[in-house]
Design a binder for this molecule. Structure first.
Ligand code: PLP
Length: 357
């Protein structure tokens, strides 16, 4: 039976990407070797990494002279401290917007390196909204926000209003919509939500923000190391980069991020409309802040939870169980999720209503 992958991460990848990745495990680029055993210094892998980098510039319309693209290890979680160690000076301050677990972790790590001011938080209502009115002090180095909150199902639909450079954790909505990269000093994203498999983290850095902090930065934690060495100072995670590159090729072939946005809005609308219509369910995030990627909802009657999850599995819908911080259900509908998959989940919701409503 066809499976529909609604897991939050590691998450769904496009079918053609999985097929091509599998072929490269057998043999890559006519070399007679598997991509898993090729040197990262070989011309085939260097060309592949150059292509990956070029796709990022193209897809997000990034100025090549001002920004560098990096493929690093350590997960998005390592970027929580790497951003701060590279750009936040000891006696300087950064503003953070706290919109959930991932923001909270980013805040904790940044505090090791400088002053952190949490300028807004939606903790008071279990992170079910994006804070709108807050003041950002003039003297902060950057403003950090989590563009999509994977766990709580909320998303920034407008950038924070400020002229101060932004730093964003875009792990779960990168390439799901056009992004104004020029407003950002740093963007980072763990690949395993909307880009590729686990094992690589993409970082987009504005070159001119580096080299200004008064501290020694360990070589591997210094963005400049990886810029100079084109993400190959040490052995890069070649295979996850390759699969991410294939996903970006697929994105381009399918109309790029504008086309993805259009499709993602449609998919999210279909699912949220059913959540709002079906008397057995309700959504957890405020309407205007609802994520297009991670759709969180609850059963009005807890007794319907187990049967619904059972019916989801029977229909091939995997990974619909919610994160423990919110409970209930979470359907992650990243770029690679088809309209058909969303429709099947909606049919299961209607079927639950027919049987138990
Ligand atoms: C999953 C996730 C992370 C953590 O990513 P790792 O690569 O596992 O460190 C950080 N931020 C957001 C928004 C996420 O969804």
């Amino acid at each position: 039976m066809k499976k529909y992958n609604f897991y939050a991460g590691p998450a769904i990848l496009p079918d053609p990407v999985i097929k091509e990745a599998a072929e490269a495990v057998n043999e890559f680029a006519g070399t007679g070797l598997s991509i898993l055993e090729l040197s990262h210094r070989s011309k085939e892998i260097v060309a592949m990494m150059d292509e990956a980098e070029q796709h990022v510039y193209d897809l997000l319309d990034i100025d090549k002279d001002s920004y560098s693209i990096l493929f690093l290890t350590g997960g998005a979680s390592s970027q929580f401290f790497m951003t701060a160690i590279n750009v936040l000076d000891k006696d300087a301050k950064a503003a953070y917007i706290d919109t959930g677990s991932w923001s909270t972790k980013a805040i904790k790590e940044a505090k090791h390196f400088g002053e952190v001011e949490v300028v807004a938080s939606s903790k008071n209502r279990n992170y079910c909204y994006i804070p709108k009115s807050y003041t950002i002090p003039e003297d902060v180095t950057y403003v950090h926000y989590t563009s999509n909150n994977t766990i709580f199902g909320t998303e920034f639909h407008q950038l924070p209003e400020t002229s101060i450079p932004l730093v964003s954790d875009m792990s779960s909505n990168i390439f799901s919509r056009p992004m104004d990269v020029s407003r950002h000093a740093i963007l980072y994203a763990g690949a395993q939500k909307n880009l590729g498999p686990a094992g690589v983290t993409m970082v987009i850095v504005r070159n001119d923000i580096l080299g200004k902090v008064n501290r020694a930065i360990p070589t591997m934690l210094n963005y400049q190391t990886h810029i100079t060495k084109k993400s190959s100072f040490n052995t890069p995670p070649v295979f996850p980069i390759y699969v991410s590159m294939l996903t970006m090729r697929w994105l381009k072939a399918n109309g790029g991020v504008s086309a993805m946005e259009k499709k993602n809005i449609e998919k999210a609308n279909i699912l949220y409309n059913e959540i709002d219509r079906n008397p057995l369910f309700y959504g957890t995030a405020d309407n205007e802040d609802r994520s297009r990627m991670n759709v969180c909802f609850l059963a009005r009657d807890e007794a319907h939870e187990a049967p619904f999850l059972e019916m989801c599995l029977e229909a091939g819908c995997m990974g619909v169980k919610g994160h423990r911080s919110v409970g209930g259900f979470r359907a992650s509908i990243y770029n690679a999720m088809s309209m058909e998959g969303v429709q099947i989940l909606v049919d299961v919701m209607k079927e639950l209503e027919r049987i138990h409503g």
